[in-house]
Design a protein around this ligand. Sequence first.
Ligand code: URA
Length: 192
Amino acid sequence: MDSKQFKQQLLEQLYAPYKNCTLCPLGTQGRTQVVFGEGNPDAQIIFIGEGPGAKEDQQGRPFVGRSGQLLTRTLQHLGITRETVFITNVVKCRPPNNRPPTPIESNTCKNLLLLKQIKIIRPKILCTLGSSALQSLLDQTAKITKLRGNPLQWQNITLIPTYHPAYILRNPRELPTFVQDIKTALDSLNKS
Ligand code: URA
């Protein structure tokens, strides 16, 4: 078994006990499925969003709605496909009305799943999309406007924060910044 198959197996074993998780309030607030994340289990980069929206909740896949299409197109524009990276969220269950997850919800899901996903995949780069993901990994006061685009160290992994694609859909003038930040993340893969 190669490293990719081994990591895939570990990810499946991680997910299995949580397919119907109700260990935080989001498990009983209307979500239909736990959206674990998808992509290359041996990826060198993980993109981390906030939490599933309506489309993701329906399909059981991360970033498949309008925000996801923007992320997918940006990756394609920069010469890579979704399948080569890993894409997930801080919380795996859709918050009601797409509200931001509470610190209790983020912390619970981060400790049960996200940190373990990172440990299994062992990427070189983490790219957080939006404030929720950045604050969940750093601290609740981290400011995306100040930190975006600049690589920082998180537990021996390079973390590059950028905006959430939903923010770019609302503020299209920031699209070049978003593309540049993701390019910075992908370029630092070739350097490390
Ligand atoms: N927004 C997110 O943060 N994650 C998704 O998977 C979709 C939209």
